[in-house]
Design a protein around this ligand. Structure first.
Ligand SMILES: [Zn+2]
Length: 280
C-alpha cells in the first residue's frame, strides 16, 4: 500500500521526507508554496540531493504537490486570475524539476460568471502553464461544490481536461470527503460511483486519492475533513476504498485534522485493520 499524509515543509523538503520515514509511511503530499500566500523557498542543491536520496532508499511511491488555496484559475477578476496563472505555471515547472510525480490544484470558483466562463478561464490558465514537455502530471481535484466551486461533478472535470491543449498531462485526484459531500455516495455504492467515474472520465486518469472522512453529511456540499472513521463516510467505506481492486495501487494521502503523531497512529491503525481483514 502506498500511503502518506500531507507534510509540512517548514523545515525543508529533506526533513519532510525524513518525517515520512519516521511515520512509517511511503509517500507524502506537500504544498508547492505557502498555501495562503504566494511565497516559496528555493532548496539548496545539497538539500534536494538529500531529499532524493531518502525517497529512493525508502522506495517512496509517487509524491504529490498541492497548489495554494489562494489560487483561483476560474476567477473573472484580473489580479486574482493573473496571480493564479503565474502560480500554476511556476509551480508545475518547480515541482517537475524536483521530480515530483503529480501536482494537484482546486479547479477554482467562478464567483458569479457561471460554470462555462469559469471553466474557460481554467482551460486558458492551464494552457499558458503546461508546455507538454513536462514529466509531472497536473491533477484536477474533485471538489465538494461549496459556493461557486467548479469540479463538483465528474463532467465538469472532463470538460476542463478535454478543453486543454495537452490533455495527456492532466489526471484526477479523488478526495473521498469532497465526492461524498458533493453527492457521490461512496458509502452506499462505491462500485456505482467508480463505474460512473470510469464512464465519464476513465479510471486510468485517477492518479491519487485524498483519504479523508467528512464532518458534513452526504450531499451537503460542504468541505470539512474528519479523521478516518470520525465522520459520515465511515471507516468501513474508507477500508473498501483502499482495498478496492480499481484503487488499491494508487497513492493515498491523508489530509485529516491531526498532527504528525496523530497521522502516524492513523496509518498504523489502517495497516492493522487491513491485516485483520487479510487484505493488505
Ligand atoms: Zn485539495
Amino acid at each position: 500500500m502506498i500511503i502518506g499524509t500531507h507534510m509540512s515543509i517548514a523545515d525543508g523538503i529533506a526533513r519532510a521526507a525524513e518525517n515520512v520515514v519516521k511515520m512509517e509511511a511511503n509517500t507524502m503530499q506537500i504544498f508547492s508554496r505557502n498555501p495562503r500566500g504566494s511565497t516559496y523557498r528555493t532548496y539548496s542543491a545539497k538539500e534536494v540531493e538529500k531529499f532524493q536520496k531518502i525517497r529512493e532508499e525508502h522506495h517512496f511511491g509517487p509524491l504529490l504537490a498541492h497548489a495554494p488555496y489562494t489560487m483561483n484559475l476560474a476567477s473573472p477578476k484580473d489580479s486574482v486570475y493573473e496571480f493564479a496563472c503565474m502560480v500554476i505555471k511556476e509551480d508545475i515547472a518547480r515541482m517537475d524539476a524536483l521530480g515530483i510525480e503529480n501536482i494537484v490544484f482546486h479547479p477554482g470558483s467562478h464567483t458569479g460568471i457561471g460554470e462555462q466562463e469559469g471553466i474557460r478561464n481554467i482551460i486558458a490558465g492551464l494552457d499558458q502553464a503546461i508546455t507538454g514537455e513536462e514529466t509531472i502530471t497536473v491533477l484536477l481535484e474533485t471538489m465538494s461544490g461549496k459556493g461557486t466551486e467548479i469540479g463538483r461533478s465528474f463532467e465538469e472535470l472532463r470538460t476542463i481536461r478535454e478543453g486543454v491543449a495537452h490533455p495527456e498531462r492532466i489526471g484526477i485526484c479523488l478526495d473521498t470527503c469532497h465526492v461524498f459531500a458533493a453527492g457521490y455516495d461512496i458509502a452506499g455504492d462505491l462500485d456505482g460511483v467508480l463505474e460512473e467515474f470510469d464512464r465519464v472520465l476513465g479510471l486510468e486518469l485517477l492518479r491519487a486519492v485524498h483519504l479523508n472522512d467528512s464532518l458534513m453529511p452526504f450531499g451537503s456540499r460542504k468541505d470539512r475533513h474528519a479523521v478516518l472513521g470520525g465522520g459520515a463516510v465511515g471507516m468501513e467505506t474508507l477500508l473498501k476504498v483502499i482495498t478496492h481492486p480499481y484503487l488499491k495501487k494508487l497513492p493515498f494521502y491523508l489530509e485529516t485534522p491531526l498532527d504528525d503523531a496523530g497521522h502516524k497512529e492513523e496509518i498504523r491503525m489502517l495497516k492493522e485493520r487491513l491485516n485483520d481483514t487479510g487484505k493488505s
